[in-house]
Design a protein around this ligand. Structure first.
Ligand code: NAD
Length: 419
């Protein structure tokens, strides 16, 4: 999580958001007991022989929050600050997110507490394979399907798919999504999260009577989600005036050349010293006078102490959990339009679902087909959430949680309790 607000525990915040939506839905105590907490939590030790010969022990997790509506689904994060509580929060959000976009998955998440930036490819591969074998009893195409998250990528998914398949004795591409295309990945999956963020921003602009052409945008976090969202906004005529990554933050009031910035980030690994930009303090990015703010890094970026400085009209949560409930309240009172994470960044899991469907059917779709279906799913979900917001006069986050939690509650009610 971001160091600016280490005092906010993501899981506590996830539970707080659950309670608010459950109260608004008037859910019974019995239903709350059945859907609020993770179904399974696995903590594993991952010993890895490092390049210098010594053995390092990594702590790692896989949490299945819900399988009520389908197999558990969620990414795997490699980061030095991964904790069990963070993984539990991310798994919980996955459950509500899959329900918001109405795909037949539950929620899960995995994480390894490690510093991937200081590990070689060999070390990363050995760690990934050992972690996969440690969580093997939980995962599978019908049980629990991992995907990329922060500092994991298609290569990581390929190692997981290979390890799992070798253990079972035959190829099982559907065990992970976000795979390379050559292994059964879906066209459009790599850019799906950013594309989904873009569609929801389009919807928000339409709702607010704003035009994207000429709108000013600040993007915190320039990885998979942030850079693709920036690219599509740039193509739509918006001006991306500021961008940050974990080491620096750059600004150009006339707009940054995003395709060139993506190229440079790929080559150098950072956005620092990009031509025709000036460095600014990362805290300034959040406070810039701009139309759209896209937090696309980690949890708790905007909290009680800095939310008052945010001036954007739209805050599009590409990241998971970037606003604390306190920040939500401050932004709401100021009239900012927040597109909540479980709606805004649901494009990733939606195309993961498409990938899983294609793997199961051994039949692959064209990119345009993926984009069209994704657009339909995202825009329908946005409309559904907006309808609840309007009818119940609640903020977008509560409306999204009401939609997601309500669908899970309906499903558990129909399934009943075993035995
Ligand atoms: P990524 O590893 O591709 O990129 C993360 C980016 O954030 C990097 O550019 C990194 O430098 C930057 N970053 C890290 N700490 C930062 C800080 N303190 N300030 C500014 N930038 C910082 O990861 P990603 O997949 O783009 O994930 C980003 C967020 O989006 C996460 O919250 C993730 O859970 C969420 N998300 C990702 C997907 C997906 O499909 N990749 C789907 C849904 C949600």
């Amino acid at each position: 999580m971001l160091t600016t607000a280490v005092k906010d525990n993501a899981y506590t915040l996830a539970l707080e958001n659950f309670d608010t939506a459950a109260d608004a839905l008037d859910l019974s105590q019995d239903i709350r007991e059945m859907i609020k907490y993770p179904e399974r939590i696995l903590t594993v030790t991952v010993p890895v022989r490092m390049d210098d010969g010594h053995i390092h022990r990594f702590e790692a997790y896989r949490v299945q929050h819900s399988s009520v509506r389908g197999p558990a689904k969620g990414g795997i994060r490699y980061h030095p600050q991964v904790t069990l509580d963070e993984v539990k929060a991310l798994a919980t959000w996955m459950t509500w997110k899959c329900a918001v976009v109405n795909i037949p998955f539950g929620g899960a998440k995995g994480g390894v507490t490690c510093d991937p930036k200081h590990m070689s490819q060999g070390e990363l591969e050995r760690m990934t394979r050992r972690y996969t074998s440690a969580i093997l009893p939980l995962i599978g195409p019908e049980q629990d399907i991992p995907a990329p998250d922060v500092y994991t990528n298609p290569q990581t998914m390929a190692w997981i798919m290979d390890t799992y398949s070798m253990t079972k004795g035959y190829p099982i591409p559907g065990v992970v999504t976000g795979k390379p295309i050559s292994l059964g990945g879906s066209l459009g999956r790599n850019e799906a999260t950013g594309r989904g963020v873009f569609y929801t921003i389009q919807c928000a602009c339409e709702h607010l009577g704003m035009t994207l052409r000429g709108a000013t945008v600040a993007v915190q976090g320039f990885g998979n989600a942030g850079s693709i969202a920036a690219q599509l906004l740039h193509e739509a005529g918006a001006k991306i005036v500021a961008v940050s990554d974990s080491t620096s933050c750059i600004y150009n009031r006339n707009g940054l050349n995003i395709p060139e910035l993506i190229h440079m980030k790929l080559l150098t690994g950072h956005v620092e010293k990009f031509p025709e930009s000036e460095p600014i303090d990362p805290s300034e990015l959040l406070a810039l006078k701009c139309d759209i703010l896209v937090p696309a890094a980690l949890e708790n970026a905007v909290h009680a102490d800095n939310a008052g400085a945010v001036r954007a009209k739209i805050v599009a949560e590409a990241a998971n959990g970037p606003l604390t409930p306190a920040a939500d309240r401050i932004l709401e009172s100021r009239g900012a339009f927040v597109i909540p994470d479980i709606l805004c960044n649901a494009g990733g899991v939606t195309v993961s679902y498409f990938e899983w469907v294609q793997d199961e059917q051994h039949l692959f779709w064209e990119a345009q087909d993926v984009y069209d279906r994704l657009e339909r799913v995202m825009k329908t979900a946005f409309r559904d959430v907006l309808k609840i917001r309007t009818e119940r006069k609640v903020p977008m986050r509560i409306a999204a949680n009401m939609l997601g939690i309500g669908r899970v509650a309906d499903a558990v009610q129909i399934r009943g309790i075993y035995p």
